[in-house]
Design a protein around this ligand. Structure first.
Ligand SMILES: NC(=O)C1=CN([C@@H]2O[C@H](COP(=O)(O)OP(=O)(O)OC[C@H]3O[C@@H](n4cnc5c(N)ncnc54)[C@H](OP(=O)(O)O)[C@@H]3O)[C@@H](O)[C@H]2O)C=CC1
Ligand SMILES: CC(=O)C(=O)O
Ligand SMILES: [Mg+2]
Length: 640
């Protein structure tokens, strides 16, 4: 075991090598004392007080954009990575490791597989542990894409991607970034939904933290077991509403893991700064309770005080360990908890709910773009939702807020343009007493109606949005009715995964003779209709949360404010071009997402500064450039 002092010496020495950069004859592996420390430290984990230099190196890293030729110290953790700058570290124990040889090949953060150069193989005891060929990262990407395309079953691709992430993190992210349109449906919706359903069967190694009822009273210890210290974004779920698939209990873990891989690939947040967490309070899913491969606690869900005590202990522990400025994204909680958790913890923590707020932001962006195709202002349109839960009421509220800002009308008036249908029918005044609190402000004066078709025919919306979680509920009759009184009906089928989409892209175009302005939550392939190819847009919060999170992190924002979500919407809406519209999409393609995320980050950060919520001072002059400079890039480092 290496002493804490030796470890700190190794670190500060390594940092100075890092700063000197490549070409230093005396640096890198040639430095004997550093080599000696490495030799002794191989495959050991050391607990030591965090030295100050970590922050200095990280800041330097954030300010630089060219990465590939940097010489880096082979230390674990944030210091050798790009990504948003870190905060001053609280003085608590933390772990790091220094790896070489066989251990290095098994360390996903530093492993490069066959890409280790001859010199690196000599310097790091890799000779003989690898076959002789040295291949570039580009060739590795080509090979893995070739392998992935051989799989016919999407879940096999998912498993292959997760294997890669656990074997060679930088290659995983390079692959994902370079092939984002092709691989997003693999690591994210729709395949991640199936992965969660079968998570127990495909489980190999834990990819995040599990906090279960059994950990009550010990949540702080659980969090301390996570090997990374400098966490900037947590995505947490309790697995009760996974996409439109319902209660998947502990197996919902696939969602925080998937969302955070997008934080890195799409938004440039360092992988080591991302922490996926699942709160396991049981499941009411009988199929899972009876599944011998289920990985969660085998009991029905805890509710009430027992549930809230665990959540409170968890939220306190997060703040205690990671400080005030870790962004906590609530994901896929059921609505009977989601709204209350958001209301409660947004007062004390840096939190947002992706399903309520992230979704609202992306859909508002889609609507602002649609207006450029359809005409009119937000206030001149009439909106009808199928589904009045987190996504539906979250989107509705942000639309009302934007209308109110644009027209100066009171928000109560603006809400009257927006109607929602839930499982019992149109939400109307006569139902007010029996409605959940989050539905009450949408109970307008109208006769009761029980079917969507009746609501469409009576309200005559210009915009129809599906957030019900139930597939094929936008029937031919419903879509044709929309097309009968709208020249360009706006139809968004947002429910995930694909099988739960309210209608398919093909149905939307066929039933409206190609006139629909359509977007969906999960991707659909391009559709041929009447000699024209339509490329439907994907209205998914994945456009927003990576850039939003980056903006929060780089500004050091202490709270999420709704104006930051509006800023993100407006910025995203500006990125859709006439070329996108001509092809039938109101969103820019995901191929541009890193640039878009930097722009969203800049506008979110600018808003945080304007609102006095940002703590990173002085404010960078060019926020977009600063955001870009902070983004993690997965190009291999040179370990000479
Ligand atoms: N594209 C994207 O980025 C996002 C998509 N989503 C998707 O949206 C869907 C809903 O999510 P969320 O809002 O969180 O879920 P909730 O459970 O909070 O809300 C679902 C709503 O749909 C209503 N509903 C259910 N069945 C029917 C039906 N047959 N007819 C009419 N209404 C029905 C429910 O009614 P009642 O209240 O009466 O039970 C409820 O109001 C999911 O599929 C999810 O994947 C969510 C977030 C982001
Ligand atoms: C996309 C997403 O967050 C959902 O479907 O829940
Ligand atoms: Mg979600």
């Amino acid at each position: 075991m290496l002493s804490a002092r030796a470890a700190a010496a190794s670190q500060s020495h390594a940092a100075s090598l890092w700063k000197r950069g490549g070409g230093d004859a005396g640096g890198g592996s040639g430095c004997t004392s550093c080599m000696e420390v490495r030799r002794r430290a191989a495959s050991v984990a050391v607990r030591a007080a965090p030295p100050k230099r970590v922050e200095a190196v990280a800041m330097e890293s954030a300010a630089e954009t060219a990465h590939s030729d940097k010489e880096v110290a082979l230390t674990d953790g944030a210091a050798d990575e790009d990504g948003p700058p870190e905060e001053e570290l609280p003085v608590t124990p933390w772990a790091f490791s220094v790896a070489s040889g066989y251990t290095l090949l098994r360390d996903p953060h530093h492993n490069k597989g066959l890409a280790f150069s001859e010199k690196e193989r000599d310097a790091h005891y890799l000779r003989g542990l690898l076959p002789p060929a040295v291949v570039s990262q580009e060739l590795q990407v080509k090979k893995i894409m070739h392998d992935l395309r051989q799989y016919k079953v999407p879940l096999q691709r998912y498993v292959a991607m997760m294997d890669l992430q656990e074997r060679n993190e930088r290659l995983f992210y390079k692959l994902l970034i370079d092939n984002v349109e092709e691989l997003l449906p693999v690591v994210y919706t729709p395949t991640v939904g199936e992965a969660c359903q079968k998570y127990g069967s495909i489980f190999r190694r834990p990819q995040g933290l599990y906090v279960s009822l059994r950990d009550k009273g010990k949540v702080l210890e659980v969090l301390r077991n996570w090997p990374e210290r400098n966490i900037q974004v947590i995505v947490v779920t309790d697995g009760e509403r996974i996409l439109g698939l319902g209660d998947l209990g502990c197996q919902g873990m696939g969602i925080p893991v998937g969302k955070l891989s997008l934080y890195t690939a799409l938004g440039g947040v360092r992988p080591s700064a991302c922490l996926p967490i699942t709160i396991d309070v049981g499941t009411n899913n009988e199929k899972l309770l009876n599944d011998e491969f289920y990985i969660g606690i085998r009991q029905r869900r805890a509710t009430g005080e027992e549930y809230h005590e665990l959540m409170e202990e968890f939220m306190d522990a997060v703040k205690h360990i990671y400080g005030e400025k870790v962004l906590i994204q609530f994901e896929d909680f059921a609505n009977h908890n989601a709204f209350d958790l958001l209301a409660k913890y947004s007062k004390s923590h840096l939190v947002f709910n992706d399903d309520i707020q992230g979704t609202a932001s992306v859909v508002l962006a889609g609507l602002l773009s649609s207006l450029k195709v359809v005409g009119g202002t937000l206030a001149e349109h009439t909106y009808l939702f199928l589904g009045a839960g987190e996504a539906g009421t979250g989107i509705a509220e942000l639309i009302a807020l934007e209308i109110s800002k644009q027209t100066n009308a009171p928000i109560e008036e603006c809400r009257k343009k927006i109607w929602l249908v839930d499982s019992k029918g149109l939400i109307v005044n006569s139902r007010k007493d029996s409605l959940q609190p989050f539905k009450k402000s949408w109970a307008h004066e109208h006769e009761p109606l029980t079917t969507l078709l009746d609501a469409v025919e009576s309200i005559k919306p210009t915009v129809l949005i599906g957030t019900s979680g139930v597939g094929r509920t936008f029937t031919k009759e419903v879509v044709e009715a929309m097309a009968s009184f709208n020249e360009r009906p706006i139809i968004f089928s947002l429910s995930n995964p694909t099988s739960h989409s309210e209608c398919t892209a093909e149905e939307a175009y066929n039933w409206t003779q190609g006139r629909a302005v359509f977007a969906s939550g999960s991707p659909f392939d391009p559709v041929e209709y009447n000699g024209k190819t339509y490329v439907p847009g994907q209205s998914n919060n994945a456009y927003i949360f990576p850039g939003f999170g980056l903006g929060v992190v780089i500004s050091g924002a202490t709270r999420v404010h709704e104006d930051m979500l509006l800023a993100a919407s407006e910025t995203l809406a500006e990125q859709a071009t006439q070329e996108n519209f001509d092809k039938g999409s109101i969103f820019p393609p995901f191929t541009n997402i890193r640039k878009i995320s930097a722009q969203i980050a800049a506008s979110v950060a600018a808003k945080a500064y304007e609102l006095g919520l940002a703590t990173r001072l002085p404010r960078p002059r060019d926020l977009e450039k600063y955001a870009e400079s902070c983004m993690y890039t997965p190009i291999y480092r040179s370990y000479r």
